[in-house]
Design a protein around this ligand. Structure first.
Ligand SMILES: [Zn+2]
Ligand SMILES: [Zn+2]
Length: 313
């Protein structure tokens, strides 16, 4: 028997940037947003940030002075679209006591310190991260190793097929889970059994479906997948809901809404991720301690997408 209780100890997800490679801008890009990858995940009160694309600056504006004193940023990899928000993260500018910890898993155990220091320094950029008031810490690990934190939180990781590698993350909290699988190119054959095992039965998989199958022949080897491959992986692995992410900046609202309708005809709980869209997964209390929710009873709480117009100044 599975029962749920309303609780503030939920697993929550909010998208702050859903575009891949570069930003999108213009009236035809309002519904799905403009920023590059950044996702806020709350395990109860605990904050994790997945990637530091330009969406990180918007998250930082929202957090402001109320940001936690210790902030953990889990980086998929260091391509520019995933780190370019780093120097514009407002909490890093506000308090000397704040510690911002980055985690990087695709450099054979090396941290992101040297590459980020190289990029955010003159003449490429006027301010070094080390000159910001907050203290930055850099942790390196090998994708595939679990991350453990001093409060007992554990996050599983997986190496992804992408030029130079990338790290996928699985965050679990009170019987619910979210998997972040960006950036990745699908294998042949597909689904990859190791990746399917990694995302099995998750409540929400965020997946790099930058292209469609029809476009893929032009983009082979670029390190990205298609929304159709995301659906195939979801069905093979019992994924309960699928968010297509790392959206191609050339795909406007009309294109993405049409693709979403096509996708939902074969997987009703699949959708194209929208900037500022959020989800809340209530804890699962499992009397038989199977650690797994009943997928037929799982509902995804989807808030109405917020128009970017509401935030224009
Ligand atoms: Zn990317
Ligand atoms: Zn990349």
């Amino acid at each position: 028997m599975v029962r749920r209780v309303a609780s503030s100890d939920a697993l929550q997800v909010r998208f702050w940037g859903t575009r891949g490679s570069t930003c999108a801008s213009g009236p035809q890009f309002v519904e799905f947003g403009s920023h590059t990858p950044c996702v806020e995940v709350r395990c109860g009160e605990r904050l994790f940030i997945l990637d530091a694309g330009t969406g990180l600056s918007a998250l930082g504006m929202e957090l402001g002075p109320s940001a936690p004193e210790k902030i953990d940023i889990l980086l998929s990899h260091l391509h520019l679209d995933h780190i370019s928000g780093m120097p514009f993260f407002k909490p890093a500018l506000l308090a000397k006591e704040r510690v911002i910890r980055t985690y990087c898993g695709h450099l054979e155990g090396e941290s992101a310190m040297e590459p980020l220091s190289r990029l955010f320094s003159p003449p490429l950029f006027p301010v070094r991260l080390g000159q910001l008031p907050a203290q930055f810490e850099y942790h390196g690990f090998k994708a595939g190793e679990p991350l453990t934190f001093d409060d007992g939180t554990r996050i599983d990781t997986h190496l992804l097929n992408h030029p130079g590698g990338a790290t996928g993350y699985r965050l679990s909290h009170r019987g619910r889970s979210v998997c972040y699988i960006s950036d990745v190119e699908h294998s042949d054959p597909w689904p990859d059994p190791d990746l399917a095992a990694f995302v099995r039965d998750t409540d929400l998989m965020i997946f790099d479906g930058m292209f469609s199958d029809a476009e893929y022949s032009y983009c082979r080897g670029w390190g990205h997948s298609t929304w159709q491959k995301g659906v195939e992986l979801s069905k093979a692995a019992g994924v309960k809901a699928l968010a297509i992410f790392h959206l191609y900046p050339g795909h406007d609202d009309d294109f993405l809404k049409a693709a979403e309708a096509e996708m939902q005809a074969v997987m009703p709980t699949a959708f194209m991720a929208r900037e500022r869209q959020s989800f809340r997964f209530e804890p699962v209390e499992d009397d038989f301690d199977t650690g797994c929710a009943d997928p037929l009873k799982t509902q995804v709480g989807r808030e109405k997408p917020v128009s970017l117009k509401d935030f224009a100044t």
